[in-house]
Every structure is written in C-alpha cells, then in structure tokens.
Design a protein around this ligand. Structure first.
Ligand code: FAD
Ligand code: UDP
Length: 368
C-alpha cells in the first residue's frame, strides 16, 4: 500500500515525492515518458553534448527558499542568460534596452534621453488588459512590431491583443544597459544537469519510480491512499468541459562540426523565419567540446502540451475543471499542466513546496 501515487515526474511531482518521502511516506511516482525530470530532462547526445530535450531551460529565481531547497540536490554553475534579436539586419539586445535603441536608430542617447525617446513613442493604454497594451504602452507601435507582434504570432498563433497582459509582460523594457534576459537574484544552472539533480531528489528508499506508465493503466490495480496529479487537468476529467488549449513546439536539433555557432545563448527571430529562436546549449551548460549543438523552436498546435495559453476564455474553462477538482478531496492537482499556469520552474517548485505544507498540516489536523 502506497501513501501517495504521484502522476508525473517533473518538478511538481519530484518535489512532492522528495518532501513526502522524507516524512516517512511511501511513494509511487509514475510517468508515461521513458525518463524522469519532465520537461527539464537533459541528456548527452551522440556527440557527447549535454542538451535539453524539451527546449532550453534556464534556472532563475528570486526565492532564496527555492534556490536553497534545490541546492540540496545539486551544485550550481553561475549563468546569466543573454538574448539577441535579429531585427532590421542587426543583432540587438532583448529585452529592449539602451543599447538596443542606440544600435537600431544609430543614436548615442543617455539613459535619461532614451526614457524621453520611448515616452515620445509610447501609446498610453489604460487599463492594460492585453499583451498588445503592455508593449504599446511603453515603446509604441514601431518597436512593438519589430520585437513582439511577429514573434507572438509565431509562438501562440494569436495576435498579442488576444493574449493576457502577463505574456509579453515577461519581457520588460529597460533604459539602462543591463542586457541580461532575467534580473532575478539567483541565476544558475545545475552543475551536472537537471536529470542528475532529479536523480538525487528521487533516490530515497521510500520512493518507487515507474516509467513508460500511464497512471490510468495502474490506478485501479496498485493500492494507494492519495493521488497527486501533475498532468493536464482536462485529461484527468476526460475533457468533460472541452479541451484546454495548449501550445506545443517542434524542437529541431543540429550538431555542427564547429566549436561555436552564435555569439550568445539564444538568438530570437521576431520578424523572420518560421522558428522563434535558436539556442546553443554550450552557453547554458559551460561545456567544452569541439562540436556544438543548437536547437530551433518551431511552435505548433499539435504535439505534447507545453504551454498553457493565457487568455480569458481558457481561464474560464480551467475554472470549471478547478471547481470540479474540489469534489475530489483525495486528489491534489499541481504543476504547470495540473493548474494550467504559465509557470517557470522555480514557480512550480514553490507551488509544490506550498502544497506539501498544506498536505502535512491537513494530516496533522486529522491526527489531533
Ligand atoms: P512537466 O515537467 O510537464 O511534468 C509533467 C509530467 O507528467 C510529464 O513528464 C508527463 O509525461 C507526465 N504525465 C502527464 N500525463 C501523464 C499520465 N497520464 N500518466 C503518467 N504521466 C503523465 N522554466 C524556467 O524556469 N526557465 C526556462 O528557461 C524554461 N524554459 C522552457 C522552455 C520550454 C520550451 C518549455 C516548454 C518550458 C520552459 N520552462 C522554463 C518551464 C518548465 O518546463 C516548467 O515550469 C516545468 O518543467 C514544469 O514542471 P511540471 O512538473 O509542472 O510539468
Ligand atoms: N516575446 C516576443 N518577442 C521576443 C521575446 C518574447 O514577442 O523577442 C513575447 C512572446 O509572446 C513570448 C513571450 O513574450 O511568448 C514570453 O517570452 P519568454 O522568452 O519568456 O518565453 P518562453 O521562454 O517561456 O518561451
């Protein structure tokens, strides 16, 4: 008899398995894939280069708790991600910053001057409701079209005006020269990769792992007390309120017979090509090798569910599933797919640590 059956071996499932096992609970964690680590899975390809199977994963967080918690299972390699955008035949920093403006417009503005320059271009919007509003409000139409409109259309097959503000709000605008993609306090990559970190998290005598197993195939035959589900919530309820839309990506990998391909970890293509971006893994991992592997990301409608699509009508469908889940007190839903939230890795870890505390306090209440 297991105390918990956990569906999904990504960050959400692994954090809960680790925490509950440490409390003496017996855990069975299953994943339909043939590996642990969910979308953060990395491995050495045939040329010996460490790559991320489901696209580039860069760890960053402002939460000391999350960083310290994961630090129990890995050493870190400091890494600050930098992105260039191919715009008007030039490679310029993204997020838009002082350098971006000066290079695009052939100017030599100071920080104060660029603030005025952007203010003169901005189309003020109030209230800010959509991903279009967010950008127009700060940089105006011209830069919006150069950096956001085309990229967003490729990534989501939607116009920014059809997406919640939170999507493009992930990418700020700066008037200084900071050219880092993220400004979080903690920015680092697990020194030996994500999969090694997950192996350590899951190596506990109370944790059994079953891969290549859909939970539906075992849920009626293996006894357990409580279910934790980190797969897509609409699938759990057999799509009774309809399918929640997800965006998928076709990742095309190329290994090149040269030490280096591009000048930074990721280059975005906001206005050209069918792919959104190219990432060169050796920047992220710090690996030395005479060859290099890059990945192109081609967004698609079909395929594994990678991105929940943040917009009102989807949130409304999700709310129906969430309400239904409240009638199932013995099942906990968590993670990016289980709660239909466009979460980064650190947010999923924080969400799962919070769920662990909730489960623990419920058990304590029952005992009292
Ligand atoms: P997942 O990792 O998706 O795990 C869910 C698991 O459940 C999967 O392994 C799935 O196989 C399994 N499952 C589903 N249904 C079943 C079933 N019926 N039976 C058994 N198993 C099942 N975050 C960052 O912080 N930084 C980044 O740079 C970053 N880059 C990203 C790039 C891309 C292209 C994508 C798609 C995501 C990126 N993320 C990034 C987000 C990150 O991947 C997620 O936040 C995190 O992996 C979510 O973890 P999870 O456990 O919720 O979900
Ligand atoms: N975005 C854009 N142009 C860019 C980078 C991002 O329009 O050069 C928009 C796009 O809608 C994208 C969103 O901002 O989906 C969030 O970007 P982020 O890099 O955070 O996406 P992720 O890494 O999660 O795919």
């Amino acid at each position: 008899m297991y105390d918990f059956l956990i569906v999904g071996c990504g960050f959400a499932g692994a954090v809960l398995a680790e925490r509950l096992a440490a409390e003496g609970k017996k855990i069975l964690i299953v994943d339909k894939r043939d590996h642990i680590a969910g979308n953060a899975y990395d491995f050495y390809n045939e040329e010996g280069i460490l790559i991320h199977k489901y696209g580039p994963h860069i760890f960053h967080t402002n939460s000391e708790d999350v960083f310290k918690y994961l630090g129990k299972f890995t050493d870190w390699r400091p890494y600050e991600h930098r992105v260039l955008g191919s715009v008007d035949g030039q490679l310029v920093p993204i997020p838009i910053n002082l350098t971006t403006i000066n290079e695009l417009y052939g100017k030599n503005l100071t920080s104060d001057e660029v603030t005025d320059f952007l203010a003169s271009k901005a189309e003020k919007r109030s209230p800010i409701l959509t991903s279009e509003d967010v950008v127009l409000n700060v940089v105006g139409k011209e830069l919006y079209e150069k950096f956001f409109k085309g990229y967003t259309k490729k990534q989501w097959d939607l116009d920014p005006s059809e997406l919640d503000a939170s999507v493009t709000a992930r990418v700020p605008t700066r008037t200084n020269k900071d050219d880092r993609y993220f400004t979080d306090t903690f920015q680092a990559m697990p020194k030996n990769g994500y999969t090694e970190m997950f192996k350590k998290m899951l190596s506990h005598k109370n944790i059994s792992i079953m891969l290549q197993t859909d939970y539906r195939d075992i849920v009626d035959v293996i006894p357990f007390k409580t279910l934790i589900y980190t797969g897509p919530i609409d699938s759990y309820f057999d799509y009774c309120y309809g399918k929640l839309p997800y965006r998928s990506i076709d990742f095309r990998f190329e290994t090149l017979n040269q030490e280096n391909y591009q000048s930074t970890g990721t280059v975005n293509y906001p206005t050209s090509n069918l792919y959104t971006r190219i990432t060169e893994f050796k920047f992220l991992t710090g690996q030395k090798n005479e060859k290099t592997t890059i990945v192109y990301e081609y967004p698609t409608a079909e395929g594994d569910p990678y991105y929940p699509i943040p917009r009102k009508q989807n949130q409304e469908i999700y709310n129906q599933y969430k309400k239904l889940s409240e009638d199932h007190p013995n099942v906990y839903f968590t993670g990016r797919l289980g709660t239909y939230k466009y979460y980064n890795m650190d947010q999923v870890v924080a969400q799962s640590l919070a769920l662990f505390r909730k489960i623990k306090s419920r058990e304590e209440d029952v005992r009292e």
